[in-house]
Each structure stands twice: as C-alpha cells, then as structure tokens.
Design a protein around this ligand. Structure first.
Ligand code: DGJ
Length: 722
C-alpha cells in the first residue's frame, strides 16, 4: 500500500490518499468519508460516510452496490458525482448538452491531487467532448463539517461550439444503507418561516427548491437525514446544506434497495448555464456533516463551523439595535427618528437603524425605490444631521436599503426601464409594486456600488440592513439563448460582488441580510453579512417556532429578534413585555417598538432587561445551544446556552399558554461538568453539574396565566471545575 500523506511534516492530515487502491479518506474528529477512484472504469465511487475508520481498512472495503440487471444502474446512488450517461438512472449531479444536441457523458479520470492536508481534487474529463470537471473536497480544521464544490471547464475551441450545463450540482452525497430514512427540513412562507418538519423519506425523489431567484421563505437549502430513530441528543444524523442565495435545488432520493443520497446544487430545473470555449464555472459550496449524537449536536457542529469558517466577524458581539420599521413605517422624519433615538439610547441600545421611507419619493410602497437620495420632505437636510445625533448619543448609525429593487414610479425606472428583469413581449409582473433590477449585469451592480458607497461615506454609516422584497418573475436574459434563465443564479453573484466590495471598502461596516423577513438566509449570504432578519413576524409566541426551525442550522449569534409593541400588529396577540424580551433575548436582541408610547414603567423594565441581555449576550451569541424543550410539544419551551468555556449557563423558559395539567418536571441541563458546582446568579441557589444533568434544574416560578417566561443564569463556582 502506498499512501500519500497530504502534509508529511505538518499537522495530521485530514485527507489521505492510497494511490494503489485509489482510495481517498476524509477524516474529521468523529467521521470518516471514503471514496475510491477507478481510473480504468472512469468512476469515483462512494464507500463510506459515518463512523471513523482507518485508511488501512478503507483501502479494501468493498463498494456497496445493488445487483445489476438490464433495468437497473449498478452504481446508482454509489457514485460521488453521477453524470447522465451509461446505465445510470438515478438523479444526476451533472447533465449537459453538447453543441450537437447530445447528452450522454463518458467520464475519464485525469488525476487525484492533494492540496495541503485538508483538500483533495479529483479531476475528470469527457472521453471525447470538450468538458472537464473537478470534484473538490475540503475538511476545514477543528470541526465535523466537510465541504464540496465542483468546477466545470469548457476545454475546447470555437469549433466545438458551446456546452450547456443543464444540471451542475455542487455535490452528490451518498448515505449508507439503512432500512428506512427520515428527512428533516424547514418550510414556510412570509411571516411563517422555518417550520421544522420530520417525515419519512419515500422511495423516489423528494425535491426542495427555490425557483424565485433568492433563497426563499418556502424552504431553506439544507436537509438532515436519519434512519428514523435519532433524537435530539442521540443517534446518527447527516446534514447537507448549500451555500447558495439564488435559485437552488436539493434532491433527496431513496432507492427501493434502501440506498439514500442527496444532490445539492444551484439553479432549479430550466436554469441552465452555457459555457463557451475556455469558460469555467465554480459551484457554490455544499456543506455536510455526520454525527452520532443526534440533531442537537448536528446543529451545534454546524453553528461551530459557521462561526469558525463562514461568518466574517465571529469574534464580535452583535449590538442591541433599535429599528424604526414597526414604529414609524414609511413615515420616518428627522424629528421622529431623533425622538426614537433618544429613547433607544436611554434604554441601552447600541445601534439605531432608520428603516424604509428615508429616500426619494418614498411615501408608501408604490414609489421611490431606486432613488437613493434623502426624501426632500422628510430629511430636507439629508441623513447626516440624524447620523450625527445618533453618534452623539453613543450609538452606531444604520440605514435600510433595498438596492436590487425599483418602483415603476421612480426616476431610476423612468431613466432605465430596461434595467429590470423583463421580457420584451411579456407583462412585467409587479409584486409589492416593485420590479427587480438585473444584478447579473455589471453596469447595474456598479451603479448600486456608486450610490451605496457615497451614502455610506457621506453619512458615516456603520450598518446597513439590506432588504429584498419580492421574488423573480419574467427572469430571462433579454437576448434569449439556451441559458436565458441564468439570471436565477447570476443575480445572487452580483449581490455577492456588491457586498464583497462594500466590506473591503468599509471594513467597519456591518450588514444585516433581510428579504421580507427570512427570504435570504443561507450559508452563502452568511459569509458576507453579520446577522439576518429571520421573519417579519415579531409575535413573541410565533417566534418560538420560527427560532426553533432557524436554529437547526443557524446560530443564535446571527438571529436578529426585536421586541415590538403589544398587541402585536400582525397577530393582534397581547404579550407581556418580559415574555417579549425573553423571546428576543434568544438571539441578537433588538427593539422595534414605538418607544414614544411606552410608559415610564415599561421603559424602566426594558432598560433593566437590556442590561441583563448585555450580561448574558456572550453566552447566547457565542455559546453552544441545547434545545431542552421544543415548542408545541408540551406546555413549556426551553433553550439552554453554555458559554464562556463552559463557565456560564443561560436557560430561557417560555409558557405561551396556560392549561391545568401535571406539574412540570425539572429541566435536565446538558453539557455540564458533573463534579463542578453552578450557582444561580439571581437566587444564589447552588447545584452540582451531576444534579443539574441527572435530576434537573428545579423550574423557577412562572407568573400565572398565558405568556409566562423566565430566565435563569448559572455561573460555575470557581475552583470546582475539573
Ligand atoms: C421588509 C422587512 O422585512 C421589514 O423589516 C421592513 O424593513 C420592510 N421590508 C420595509 O419595507
């Protein structure tokens, strides 16, 4: 056996390659992922994804394959990157159309190259046609996540014509054989995002997708699979996610023989890509994780990965923000924003954000989008005097923008009607009275950068809330062609381009991603933004469900949550201030209420709760999250955070509605050191980790009635840790 260690003298390799057998082993702390490259056959077959195994065994493990007959593809579900061509009948990761209209692909393996100790590239090419593709595998340091992406290259000349990529997935992730499979995912809609669903995976193909040009509220680009027997803290779970912010598709397939696999890639059906000679296309990254410790650990491991490898400023604590949207809607003026800013600062807010309505002729949602100069009637002196006042009050200054959109009633549209997604003989559908600017076009992203940079510089803007309030329609390139729908993926790349430039030109700028709530939350946008707005629904009870689904993949440190007025404007529900605060304290706390109408008692209580939040913020935003009681499964919902190297514990408990029933048992905490002692910082009560884990935390008294909540802060007693 000749093994090629990736870094002979460096740290232990996370990728190993056995040249003789063609076996590649990717290793994380508790997972092995094994594939085998067969040069003669031109295949890259999957061997194993699960418990750690040594390379010495991996080299001789057989490929699990179904029996072959004249109706079945022998390697279906066991290839690393199935193409359309030959006896393959499963979901392809790659499907192409060559210039002569033919599709079947015959692959040849070119080489396997290790890049450092954490990255391997398997290169393949078409036997006779001008196409090469490279499968990239990377094992980032310090976690359980694997990353994969694919590069496609047109290797021919003008004589070969173009190659159309019909499917161009980032990865195909084969799973081991199990008697059955269960699929977890989130679905929803506007103001009802992130509903977690767990359901048996049927034999066949189950597709989650966005055909909207953005990540979407209807589904989020990740799935988790288990054999149907895993729980929150036990059992094997596989998670697959896609870092894409345009249209996307994830297909989970299960064969009658018990094989399951997942294809994850950008672009929905019909969103094809044309490669001209010399063109290259790199897919977004697909992330994947295996754990033997249940859904809770799967979430925590992805959170750790996002913090360590994706978020731009993971070491920072996100500030307590105030946002004007629910208080003043489109009626923002310099005066009312000053009044709100004074109250927000007095409460302890650290960032003041002026929402929609500050620009152009934006009197409501029918006009003004696209005209990014201050509204002459509302900010006659521009934004700078307000920005100065906010800074004087000791807060950072933030501004809402929606750069990808235009109202037909705007100077921009009158000047550039051809900048919007439209087709010459189709009605340009307006949604929320707005049209989408085609950010796949460089001249349009340059225009956006121009006004954004000027606005940020002139007003010393510290933060932007980047909104996006409608899905694509009539989204084809005007010049037509076989890949007219490419804008479904290239628009999002234009957005990335603008965000990347803003970040590099204004290193102090922090960004919130919003798309009518949670319509653009994904690991791709999180690489360029600091926090996301999960939902326009600010009802603190509804948010428990939304936060539960959101946290399956995304950490609390990016989850914006506001305390708004009661009754809630969307649901009409009346919720006590404390419950609203406890709800929003589960993420990045913000205030979105009309503070000028709050009583002195409410303001005093809010100031006290904001101070408590600042105390627990490092634990909530940077700690590990344990979902103790899920919403809807009993009277209580509870979440525990463990932070500051295990020295601090925060538990949030909510009871949305009261009902007579059995007394609640103590809450069994997780992740504590058994012999260490933990003191309740508010009551002085003290318990050992063993008691808190084995017996549980005695439930604090909750006030009677609906919408009761409590917060418990525990600190490890110094000197008692192991
Ligand atoms: C949708 C966002 O989700 C809201 O928070 C607010 O910013 C509005 N857009 C403004 O139009």
């Amino acid at each position: 056996m000749v093994t090629v260690p990736a870094s002979p003298s460096g740290p232990p390799s996370r990728v190993e390659f056995d040249e003789a057998s063609g076996t590649v082993l990717l290793r994380t702390a508790d997972t092995a992922y094994i594939l085998r490259v067969d040069r003669e056959e031109g295949t890259v077959r999957h061997i194993h994804w699960g418990a750690p195994l040594p390379l010495a065994d991996a080299v001789s493990l057989p490929v699990w394959a179904d029996h072959a007959d004249s109706f079945a593809g022998r390697w279906d579900g066991v290839e690393e990157f199935p193409v359309e061509g030959g006896a393959r009948f499963g979901v392809p990761a790659m499907e192409v159309r060559f210039a002569d209209g033919s599709s079947p692909v015959e692959a040849r393996v070119e080489d396997v190259v290790l890049r450092g100790g954490d990255h391997v590239v398997v290169s393949l090419r078409e036997r006779t046609r001008p196409l090469a593709w490279r499968l990239h595998y990377r094992v980032p340091a310090g976690g359980g996540v694997l990353e994969r992406w694919t590069e496609f290259v047109h290797t021919g000349t003008a004589d070969d014509g173009d190659v159309l990529l019909v499917r161009y997935a980032s990865a195909h992730w084969p799973l081991p054989q199990r008697p059955g499979w269960r699929l977890s995912s989130v679905h929803g809609g506007w103001s009802a995002e992130c509903r977690l669903e767990r359901t048996g995976l049927p034999v066949g193909e189950t597709v989650l997708s966005s055909r909207r040009g953005h990540t979407g509220h209807a589904a989020n680009p990740w799935v988790a699979l288990d054999a149907g027997d895993s729980g929150e803290e036990q059992g094997e779970v596989w998670v697959i996610a896609l870092a894409a912010s345009g249209s996307w598709r994830i297909t989970a397939q299960r064969t009658a023989a018990g094989r399951a696999s997942v294809v994850a890639g950008e672009g929905h059906e019909g969103a094809e890509l044309r490669l001209e000679p010399g063109d290259r296309h790199r897919t977004p990254t697909s992330l994947a994780l295996h754990t033997a410790h249940g859904f809770g650990e799967a979430s925590r491991a992805v959170h750790r990965h996002l913090r360590a490898h994706v978020l731009p400023h993971p070491e920072e604590l996100r500030p307590v923000l105030y946002n004007s949207w629910e208080a003043t809607s489109f009626e923002v003026t310099e005066d009312n924003q000053r009044a709100l800013a004074r109250r927000a600062a007095a409460l302890g807010a650290e960032l003041f954000v002026v929402d929609d309505g500050w620009f152009g002729g934006r009197d409501d949602d029918r006009s003004g989008l696209g005209d990014w100069t201050p509204h002459p009637g509302r900010f006659p002196r521009g934004l700078r005097p307000l920005a100065d006042e906010v800074h004087r009050l000791g807060m950072a200054f933030g501004v809402w923008v929606e750069p990808e959109m235009v109202n037909a009633d705007s100077d921009l549209y009158r000047l550039h009607p051809d900048w919007v997604l439209h087709l010459p003989d189709r009605t340009a559908t307006e949604l929320r009275h707005q049209l989408v600017l085609d950010f796949s076009r460089q001249e349009i992203t340059e225009w956006a950068l121009g006004w954004l940079e000027q606005m940020i510089a002139e007003n010393e803007v510290d933060f932007i809330k980047w909104d996006f309030n409608r899905s694509f329609t009539e989204a084809g390139a005007r010049e037509g062609g076989p890949d007219a729908k490419r804008v479904h993926i290239q628009h999002a790349r234009g957005v990335y381009r603008v965000l990347d430039r803003l970040r590099s030109d204004f290193p102090h700028l922090r960004i919130e991603s919003c798309a009518g709530g949670g319509g653009r939350v994904d690991p791709g946008i999180l690489g360029r933004t600091d926090q996301v707005w999960p939902s326009d629904n600010t009802d603190a009870v509804d948010r428990l469900t939304i936060h539960h689904g959101f946290g399956q993949l995304y950490p609390a440190g990016v989850m914006s949550a506001w305390v708004t007025d009661s009754p809630n404007p969307l649901t009409g529900r009346t919720v006590p201030l404390r419950f609203r605060f406890h709800g929003a304290m589960a993420g990045v706390l913000g205030i979105g209420a009309d503070l000028t109408r709050w009583t002195d008692t409410e303001l005093a209580e809010a100031a006290e709760l904001i101070a408590v939040y600042k105390d627990i913020r490092p634990v909530v935003q940077h700690g590990e999250q344990f979902r103790l009681l899920a919403p809807g499964q009993g009277p209580l919902t509870a979440v525990q955070y463990l932070g500051e190297e295990g020295a601090r514990v925060v538990v949030l408990i909510w009871r949305p509605s009261t009902a007579f029933g059995p007394a609640q048992p103590p809450l069994r905490l997780r992740g504590l050191q058994e012999q260490a002692r933990y003191r309740d910082e508010d009551t002085g009560g003290e318990w050992s980790g063993a008691t808190l884990t084995g017996f549980g935390l005695p439930l604090p008294d909750l006030p009677p009635g609906d919408c009761a909540s409590a917060l418990v802060r525990l600190r490890r007693v110094e000197g008692t840790e192991a």
